[in-house]
Design a protein around this ligand. Sequence first.
Ligand code: PBG
Length: 321
Amino acid sequence: MIRPRRNRKSETIRSLVRETEVTIKDLIYPLFLVDGKEIEDPILSLPGQKRWSVDMMLFEIESCLKLGIKCFVLFPGLEDHLKDADASYSYNERNFYLKAIKEIKNRFPEACLMSDVAMDPYSSDGHDGLVSDGKILNDETLPILGKMAVAQANAGIDIIGPSDMMDGRVGYIREELDTHGYQDVSIMSYTAKYASAFYGPFRDALASAPKMGDKKTYQMDPGNKYEAVREAELDESEGADFLMVKPALCYLDIIQLLKEGFNLPIAAYNVSGEYAMLKAASQKGWLDYDLAMQEMLLSIKRAGADVILTYAAKEFASLRR
Ligand code: PBG
């Protein structure tokens, strides 16, 4: 008799035939940065995550490096008085985010740092593009994104992460980086970024929710699958080095589609709401967090993700110790 159970009879055999395994090297750890000193401010909607001032973040990065986490994506949280309609603080020389990138790269040159390129943390409108008469302007936003990317490259960033979903921004940013001598700075494009309800805890963490309307005129409609292929074709032709799908869990089919259709590395963003969901259920005693978290990451990798951005990176690495 043919018995598939024979291949499951012991952990040794199961691990011999296991098709997919997540490793620490697959993960990128998102960190929230704020201005100031000695700040380590817990984020209520993201249990286990904090807003760090750079001095404290250096300790956090050091402990992550010891656990084998080498890649970090940094998000800035700004006070309201620094925000304006055209996100000018994003490329201002005094910007604490840019200074922190420099400081972290100086201290830990082996760390790989990824940025966020989008207007929303810096915008008084809370949108990823310039707003005029309630509309999000595309082409007028590109030069701002370009300046932001060049300033981050100048600070020493390894990977630029455009998360804004403006048309043509990958090509625009690539060109700007190249003409300013940053040919070696990579672009991980948020290729298929959906207008999702799962970004809630992130927007809480940064107070970056749109002041008016929603993001549906630029982020993708959750009903669409083949449109993700169209976005991926554009990003590939504009020079992206990685294609990202975001969120991950409700979009595993999109991850698979892009993995099978493209020869670029595929990243998946296991977003704040996905992490918070597991945390909340486990706090109620309804789920075993460690097991559910590992299964979640495994499913994202099995779908085809080469790289996973996840708030669980440090917890995952601690379990592998
Ligand atoms: C901003 C940005 C968002 C996230 C990453 N970059 C939020 C948004 O588009 O509103 C969400 C990440 C998460 O939820 O973990 N451009």
